[in-house]
Design a protein around this ligand. Sequence first.
Ligand code: NAP
Length: 220
Amino acid sequence: MVAQFLADNNTVIICGRRPEVLSEAQKTHPTLITHPCDLSSPQEREALYQWLASNHSDLEVLVNNAGIQNWMHIAEDDFMTRAQQEIQTNIEAPLHLTKLLLQLPAITIIMNVTSGLSFMPLAKVGVYSATKAFMHSFTLSLRHMLRDRHIRVIEVIPPALNTDLGGKGLHDAAPPVQDFIHAIFLQIAEGKDELTWGFSEKMHQATPAEIKATFDKMNG
Ligand SMILES: NC(=O)c1ccc[n+]([C@@H]2O[C@H](COP(=O)([O-])OP(=O)(O)OC[C@H]3O[C@@H](n4cnc5c(N)ncnc54)[C@H](OP(=O)(O)O)[C@@H]3O)[C@@H](O)[C@H]2O)c1
């Protein structure tokens, strides 16, 4: 997504917890601006906002992309701790960042990254799936709330893609991210606000019977 935004002549700022990953990205894209931040912390989110307001108050687009996925069963001892981490990162962070960054005068687009699992949970990542369902629901309401301010609210709905989500190797068999990014930037140019591809397109359009059949197949 960074590469595509830069190719379209945008200034891009990214954040993440690992400085070495940020500096690697900066080496690949020399004009990229990076800022270390743990978005699961309310204090760090406030500090990020203050830094943006002081240094990049002309920011136009917020992409709520950071997410974690925990494979776990409710019978496990650390279930609640790991569930809370997912809720902080996947729900509290995008809500808080949106609230904070809406104070910047130039904000015109908010992009929330949800998932095909927003529509059809995978029980092995049950809390993760529920956080994405929450963000899908809230994104619909946010679009409605921001209509009068003419702020475009876009939902990015990936299917499984080959990233490190959930841990290295778990998504190796999934399609490459670039194919998804290519497809969704065409959809953005067409004016679409719910960007789907492959499995997520199917789930987005599925009937309740199709969702139930897919749930049984994926969780069987
Ligand atoms: N890959 C898929 O199959 C898939 C499918 C549907 C939706 N998605 C969604 O796509 C988004 C991106 O995930 P990905 O697939 O690219 O997974 P990934 O390879 O694990 O990347 C997750 C990114 O989020 C950042 N992040 C996580 N927690 C953070 C925190 N507390 N503070 C700041 N940054 C944080 C990570 O950076 P640091 O670790 O350095 O902090 C990393 O850059 C997520 O919202 C995910 O739910 C992915």
